[in-house]
Design a protein around this ligand. Sequence first.
Ligand SMILES: NC(=O)c1ccc[n+]([C@@H]2O[C@H](COP(=O)([O-])OP(=O)(O)OC[C@H]3O[C@@H](n4cnc5c(N)ncnc54)[C@H](O)[C@@H]3O)[C@@H](O)[C@H]2O)c1
Length: 256
Amino acid sequence: MAGRLAGRTAVVTGGASGLGRAIALRFADEGAFVVVGDVRSDPREGGPSVAEVLDERGSFHEADASRSDELGRLVEAALEHGGRLDVMVLNAGIAGRHSKSLLETSEEDWDAIMSVNLRGVFLGCKLAVAQMLEQEPIGEVRGRVVTISSQHGMVGPPGHVAYAASKGGVVNLTRQLAVDYGPRGVLVNALAPGKILTGSPEQQDPETLAYSYARTPFHRLGRPDDVAGAALFLASDDCGYVSGVNLLVDGGWMAY
Ligand SMILES: NC(=O)c1ccc[n+]([C@@H]2O[C@H](COP(=O)([O-])OP(=O)(O)OC[C@H]3O[C@@H](n4cnc5c(N)ncnc54)[C@H](O)[C@@H]3O)[C@@H](O)[C@H]2O)c1
């Protein structure tokens, strides 16, 4: 199959819904074999499952992105298909009821967010980089890791202490790994979405929406495909000398 990821294998965590789903499907459309992991198979936004849409272009696995053994099964599935792992996208992340201001955040809230958003990304990076160092480069690159951070990893959003801390950690973890593994041909970048509409319209919080519109200079909020396009760039040969960046896809949110 032709495409910018023809013949490549990719893993996407949290790929049943939202941004991960859009990334997985875009990669498949560009010729990749995509291994998707998630704790649920039905998309939060409704519609057909990612497994149905991928069909033979990938596989779906129930896998908790906070657990090394389950992340390891995703890497194994990629190796079984293509003998290598070209792209690892660490997208799974949570906020929701655990995301509050400092005094309301319990130790359980903190641990719940950190275990997926930061510890899970650390574990996934470790597995991916270990595998990538074992494989021959294609051109000059052994593999590409894409972490999903947030504009809220760069500023303090009102009332989201654990989420913001976790995403700030992802941004600097990404820089660290770009520095440590660039010499051996692994590119590591973060992608920072601004407000992207995921889930169903009924799941949107009107207050968050109003705040997001007020913060976003562009005339609309983001769509999952906006993020998928940027992820495709970071995953493809077009990204040959970009490493350690935190690529904002935010309609200008962070420009002021
Ligand atoms: N949507 C936005 O506006 C936005 C903005 C900034 C950053 N992000 C980040 O982008 C990523 C995706 O966000 P989204 O809006 O698509 O979220 P979403 O809730 O629509 O989808 C997340 C998916 O991850 C899965 N998931 C949750 N915990 C998991 C776990 N432990 N293991 C495996 N899968 C798990 C969910 O089941 C779901 O399918 C997250 O890391 C989020 O923090 C989103």
